[in-house]
Design a protein around this ligand. Sequence first.
Ligand code: NDP
Length: 438
Amino acid sequence: MKIHNQEHQRNGFLHPAGHESGEDAADGKVVLQVDSKWNNIHLFLVCVSLGVTLVMLLDGCRSSDSWVLLGSSGLPIWDWTAVSVVLLFTGLQGVLYYLPVGQVTEGKMGFNGKRLKYKLNGLYAFLVSVVLLLGLWFCGVLRASGVTDRLFALVTAGMSVALMLSLALYLCPVTTHSSAHVYYHNTAKPLLNFALGQNLDPRLGEIDVKQFVMVRIGFIGWALMDLNYLLSAVEMNSLSVSLLLVTVFQLIYILDFLIDEASVLTTKEFTEEPIGFIMILGEFIWIPFFSSLPVYFLLQRPNHIHVLSAVPICLMFGIGFLIYYLSNEQKDGFRRNPNDPAYASLRTIQSPSGHSLLASGWFGWVRHPNYFGDILMMFAWCFPCGFTSVLPYLPALQCFNLLRRRASEIEDSCLKKHGNAWQEYCRRVPYKLLPYVY
Ligand code: NDP
């Protein structure tokens, strides 16, 4: 998807578009004109297939036959308790958003010329949610395997709540002056408005909907599913080193994301893309249930690994985490304050955009070291699942494909933004992910 007035983006500032780039003269609302490659058939298929595919994959985990994608579980697909659980979880995250702790930070420039403010208390929301889950479990109010037995119903409940939220945004678009309204050129407009969204940064009260679904629903939901599987394994007396390892790896990844919640505010999804059904559905079902698939797989098909084989897996995760963390720290720190003495020894390339590019350190090794670290971690949490099925590897394979495509997209926009400086950078650092390989 391409936003026409992308060239107006400077230093994180998205200027209000003028007539040419689409200001609605009648009421002064900012209108972004967007070309989308998606048509009705694509949209329909994605909306329908996301949930169906997920249930099939989860079902496949339950069969012990090798390489089987579809098992035969007989688990209920609809259950009002599951709907209540998803509604309660969503409501709880909404309430926790208002917790008077954590920083309030300024993000990108709104279309009214004022910076949008974001509350960064995702970590506290996560901690409260985890304490609540564990508390309910220790008190015997919650039976984790009861939740696991309702897995498919939770997915369909997640789909329903996502649908309700998306319909609400579609029917009552929140068009504040800080948030641009999106206009699609395509003929599939009504469906595009619903599926891809018609607003860049909708807010419900204080809640920024995009931040809410990405951080609170997606990532906290993922962590709670992991913990629920872990507790289910304890209840079933089937806790294994491999399940523990994968859960700990994923929790470290999620915690790191929540500690540095502000980093999400500079991503492409956050700054450039509108929010609609597909993004909301992804956060309600794909992130919590698909990302935790390796843990669910191990719950269904325990794989006992020797402590000695855990060592190289931990090393792989540790190295991936360090590369991911340190490279992101270096790039983010440098972007915040390029004059910091900590970066004085690094070689840089001056860009006409006013931002310098790092050409040594992590970003002198390859052009996307953070993506490389990310991919290492994703594969490290697959290996404890063994090699009997492709299922637990699917999230890592999807992530690999996504990051490979994303690297190309980011490079296209960096070329536009930094021009010759980016070309010079690519000449000096010729590899994207792995030196001499790719
Ligand atoms: P990056 O964090 O890599 O940010 C890209 C931006 O960084 C560029 O647009 C450019 O910004 C700046 N930049 C790039 N190269 C240089 C350089 N040499 N010197 C200085 N600045 C540079 O990408 P994302 O925002 O996509 O990702 C953020 C994190 O989220 C990553 O760690 C990624 O792994 C993770 N992620 C994980 C996903 C998953 O599915 N696991 C999906 C998406 C993200 P500018 O043009 O403003 O200078």
